[in-house]
Design a protein around this ligand. Structure first.
Ligand SMILES: [Zn+2]
Length: 153
């Protein structure tokens, strides 16, 4: 098994009313010419965790970091007009907390972060700032959220 140093949270960038899961996202990614869904896990609107790629297979979810990461996708993340919105359900946050609990136990050295936190640090000040985010994905500060959840566990 490769070393997993990053657990990266994404959103599907679909409106809250679209109740999709791994099958639909796999179809979208295959339409782009990929061989499978890019994520390792997909968390549906109702909190169901669906399995994407096997954890032992490299994902396709974050440029430059696929080799040592696992990708988790929360379904949602945009308004009907497709602009970013933090619209995840309590069931999704509960499922994410549980999944990250399992994965951080399995990969104790892994850092939990959001896709946007892996954007290039263009001004080289050691911090990835909002102006540098390639995308808003997944629309919230995953590391801060997880630090709080982990502290409460
Ligand atoms: Zn993403």
């Amino acid at each position: 098994m490769k070393t997993i140093s990053l657990l990266v949270v994404h959103c599907s960038a679909t409106p809250a009313a679209r109740d999709i899961g791994v099958a639909e996202i796999r179809a979208m990614h295959r339409a782009k010419g990929w061989r499978d869904v890019g994520y390792h896990y997909v968390i549906r609107r109702d909190g169901t965790v669906e399995k994407g790629r096997p954890d032992t297979v490299m994902g396709a979810h974050v440029q430059g970091h696929n080799a040592n990461s696992l990708g988790i996708c929360l379904v949602g993340g945009v308004k009907p007009d497709m602009t970013a919105e933090t619209n995840f359900t309590p069931d999704q946050y509960a499922a994410l907390e549980q999944l990250l609990g399992t994965l951080t136990t399995r990969h104790p050295r892994a850092r939990v972060c959001g896709h946007r936190d892996l954007s290039p640090d263009r001004n080289g000040n050691g911090k990835v700032e909002p102006g540098e985010w390639v995308k808003a994905c997944p629309t919230f500060d995953v590391a801060a959220w997880w630090a709080k959840r982990e502290g409460a566990r």
